[in-house]
Write a protein that binds this ligand. Structure first.
Ligand SMILES: Nc1ncnc2c1ncn2[C@@H]1O[C@H](COP(=O)(O)OP(=O)(O)OP(=O)(O)O)[C@@H](O)[C@H]1O
Length: 840
């Protein structure tokens, strides 16, 4: 049975919100954890198909899982919150109950209806501990316990008065996983998402609820956190994820070491830390990270996020230590000034400005003063650090829908597939000038619409670097340098304005490098020109086109609407045979004009052209031809998409701003289906797009839907099984990308699901969050929750569920998606007309 078919077996009652997809056939619960992006061959060997709990064998009967029982330590957050008590826990189809002993005929000490459980997450209070949060609103009177109201810790977001927590600590890590699986499988309100389950900390950093600040942190992290609205509760909930996104953010923004604070975790500098180390009693039990961490420090550290980074530190990476137990193993870090923090306002302004320029300039002025589309913020060198993914091995995002299983053609298909080429790894550049308005400044969050607008020109970031070979064979200009010296004055790269094609010549990435294959020797300009000459005509295209207006502004150049006057003789000779249809005089075309000397990564442009040229498909913006007008002036001619980007369509939808979705479900089904066709085509060619979002989907007036922007495509080959480069735009990034794990083409499926949410809700999840917090939420929440699931059809929720499944193994492939019943509701092309009329 296909994955889609399996998802369709989810009943309405079970389906409160989108959740992860069902498991592949024969895959039972496995203590190796979920949400891993290990090669599937490895996973397959780890899978215990006979485990009953949490297993979804593919039969309807598996929906009724066995009762699970076992001894655990238990405490609540009430009067006896200091006391861990031994209890016999029983999980059946309706209740989670705790008994004094294994004679379950006695009354339970506590009985929680599964329908009241709203969150289950890993907790640091004790080894192998997790927290169960139940909502008062749903509490039945079945509890015999005196669970008190109060700070409920991690899962208790929102009004703690309406939520109560209990903490459960099974004996072993394996049992913990098993319990989590079982609970997630049975609780209807869980979205199938839990917090990471397989890490411990050796980091004496934390959140002091009294002062409301983080302590024991490197100062730059502390500042980032302060501004990110990541709370002490977030920290308590999943401190590993906080550290992970800090690292990600740091790398994303190119912040490296802080030489001035090499011993940041020095106990003398951090009395609370010292206290923690000494086991002093610390205040505020609920949020007492010192105590919690101290507790966890006593535990083993099988997969500590930080301590397990085996890769050698690059030369300038220091791992400050206080003691063996108290490490904050991060690179020396610069302390960013507050002005470095990501500025919504600034980005919004930038975006608005860029929008203004869309139609406002003549084709002959590709870069007006105001445009500064690329390199307009001072670029940062980015670096990746060794072994980042080493810890945090297992996270507990768990499928909970008891579906008949799917994955007909599951894993093997891509177990053998490798991902080789990162055809457009971008390293940020140095030396560009920041226009004043683009200086990162902290600004109040903008309303969602403004934020959505700000997304228009969000740039995609790829922090890594890798060789580019074979067909799209381009290498980086320069080898990354393993040094961490950075200009102190350089501001952070705003997260949603990540460097893509900065203007100035690259000095080479500076900073800590992640494990990388050695990059190939730089490509000289001559080599790049030679490549370009293979795809571009060496003539002045001006006589052949009538330039009509500016259609848009990209990072690397301007896009113009033009009309073809006639074909250049050379093109007519070479191409016309097969392409009569697409090369007709009178046709409208889009011409992207790029000044090569302003492109620090010319090879990326070549790459984009090569990918486009080789990817002729009805759902991909077709490359028509390219011209080297001069050595410096490149024109790329594509088919013109009059409807603009899907972002434009969402923003200009007649129902945008009303209580209805910008697009109807049939319209969404149509657009997603068409995009999915394009993606399947790419994936069949082993190409990952890596930047699917509404900005990169264009429509024409005949409602044809096409994917564009292939700059960050990666090519899969047998040589490399996965990629780990940070690529994409944060809000659309799959968790495995945020977590810097290896990933494959299914990152596009995740992004497609997020794009579906854009069409439903007008914006991707977390858009109004600070980017750092958004990264945290992607990493910890996994499958995002819909704002109004009750208004949506089961089909679309099922569909999103299989796209936005954190566990990559269970995430649908594009092939599977194309069989999804959601697409049965797709509208006809003409039903998109109201959406396209905004352009007229
Ligand atoms: N083929 C096309 N037809 C119509 N409009 C287009 C076409 N391609 C791009 N545009 C418009 O031009 C704008 C810039 O496109 P472009 O692909 O250059 O953006 P980008 O991805 O931000 O930049 P870059 O690829 O240089 O990094 C887009 O917002 C889009 O609306």
């Amino acid at each position: 049975m296909s994955l889609s078919a399996a998802a369709n077996n989810i009943s309405d009652n079970e389906f409160q919100n989108i959740g992860p997809a069902p498991r592949p056939p024969g895959l039972g619960k496995n203590s190796s954890g979920f949400n891993q992006t290990q090669p599937l061959t490895k996973l397959a060997t780890q899978i215990d198909i006979h485990r009953g709990v949490g297993a979804r064998s593919g039969s309807q009967s598996s929906m009724h899982l066995k009762k699970r029982t076992g001894w655990v330590s238990y405490k609540d957050d009430g009067l006896l919150s200091f006391l861990w008590q031994k209890r016999y826990m029983v999980l059946n189809d309706s209740y989670l109950a705790l008994y004094k002993n294994d004679k379950v005929a006695d009354d339970p000490v506590l009985q929680i209806p599964l329908t009241s459980i709203v969150s289950v997450s890993r907790n640091q209070l004790k080894q192998n501990c997790f927290e169960i949060v139940r909502s008062n609103e749903r509490l039945s009177s079945s509890s015999n316990s005196s669970v008190s109201t109060g700070s409920s810790g991690s899962g208790s977001t929102g009004d703690s008065g309406s939520r109560k927590s209990i903490f459960i600590s099974p004996k072993t890590e394996q049992e913990l996983h098993s319990w989590l699986d079982a609970i997630f499988a049975k609780c209807p309100l869980l979205s199938g998402v839990s917090s990471p389950t397989n890490f411990t900390h050796k980091v004496h950093v934390g959140f002091d609820p009294e002062t409301g600040s983080f302590v024991g942190m490197p100062s730059n992290w502390e500042k980032l956190l302060k501004h990110s609205r990541i709370t002490g509760e977030d920290w308590n909930n999943d401190s590993a994820a906080v550290i992970q996104v800090l690292r990600f953010y740091q790398e994303y923004n190119g912040i490296s070491g802080n030489a001035s604070n090499p011993n940041i975790n020095n106990a003398n500098q951090h009395p609370p830390l010292n206290a923690a180390k000494n086991g002093s009693s610390l205040k505020s039990s609920g949020n007492n990270i010192y105590k919690n961490l101290n507790a966890s420090n006593s535990s083993v550290n099988p997969a500590g996020l930080l301590a397990q980074r085996h890769a050698p530190s690059p030369p300038n990476t220091e791992v400050p230590r206080v003691s063996e137990k108290a490490t904050v193993p991060l690179a020396k870090t610069n302390t960013p000034s507050p002005q470095h923090f990501t500025p919504y306002q600034q980005q919004t302004q930038h975006s608005r400005h860029t929008q203004q320029t869309r139609n406002g300039q003549s084709p002959n002025t590709p870069y007006g003063q105001r445009n500064l589309p690329h390199g307009n913020s001072q670029q940062q060198s980015h670096q990746q650090q060794h072994g980042l993914q080493a810890g945090y091995q297992s996270t507990g995002y768990r499928p909970h829908h008891n579906n008949v299983n799917p994955y007909a053609k599951q894993p093997t298909a891509y177990a053998s597939k490798s991902l080789e080429q990162n055809t457009r790894d971008v390293s940020p550049q140095q030396g560009t000038v920041i226009p004043p308005r683009l200086h990162p400044q902290r600004a109040p969050p903008q309303p969602p619409s403004a934020l959505r607008t700000a997304q228009k020109n969000v740039q995609t970031t790829n922090l890594g670097s890798s060789s580019v070979q074979a067909h799209y064979e381009i290498s980086e200009d320069r080898q990354p340098s393993p040094t961490t010296h950075r200009a102190e004055q350089q501001p952070l790269q705003p997260l949603r304005q990540a460097p893509k094609k900065p203007l100035t010549e690259q000095k080479g990435p500076v900073g800590v490098t992640k494990q990388r294959k050695p990059t190939k020797p730089s490509m000289s300009n001559a080599e790049i020109m030679a490549k370009l000459n293979t795809v571009a005509l060496n003539i002045d295209p001006s006589p052949y086109f009538n330039m009509i207006e500016k259609a848009g502004q990209g990072a690397s150049g301007s896009v113009y609407l033009a009309q073809r006057i006639m074909l250049p003789p050379k093109l007519a000779d070479e191409e016309l045979g097969n392409n009569q249809e697409r090369l007709k005089p009178g046709d409208k075309v889009a011409i992207k004009q790029m000044i090569l000397s302003k492109q620090p990564r010319k090879e990326l442009i070549v790459n984009e052209i090569l990918v486009m040229k080789d990817s002729r498909h009805k759902n991909i913006v077709n490359f028509l031809e390219a011209y080297l007008k001069t050595e410096d002036d490149l024109w790329v001619v594509m088919e013109f998409m009059e409807g603009g980007s899907l972002t434009d369509i969402i923003e200009n939808s007649p129902s945008n701003g009303s209580k209805n979705s910008p697009l109807t479900e049939p319209q969404i089904a149509y657009i997603v289906r068409e995009t999915c066709h394009g993606l399947r085509f790419l994936h069949d060619k082993n190409i990952i797009h890596r930047d699917i979002k509404s900005d990169n989907v264009l429509l024409d007036t005949r409602a044809r839907v096409k994917i564009t922007d292939f700059g960050f495509c990666a090519k899969l080959t047998d040589k490399r099984s996965k990629r780990a480069t940070m690529v994409g735009t944060p809000y659309w990034m799959a968790p495995e990308v945020v977590k810097q794990r290896e990933y494959d083409e299914k990152v596009d499926v995740w992004s497609l699901g997020i794009m579906g949410i854009e069409m439903l809700e007008g914006e991707p999840p977390y858009l109004n969050e600070d980017p750092l917090k958004a990264l945290y939420l992607i990493a910890t929440n996994g499958t995002p929750r819909l704002k109004h699931p009750e208004t949506l059809s089961l089909e679309i929720k099922r569909f999103l569920s299989v796209c936005l499944c954190v566990d990559v193994r269970y995430r649908a492939s594009t092939e599977e998606l194309l069989h999804h019943t959601f697409f049965n509701m797709a509208c006809e092309p003409e039903d998109l007309t109201p959406l396209l009329s905004w352009k007229k």
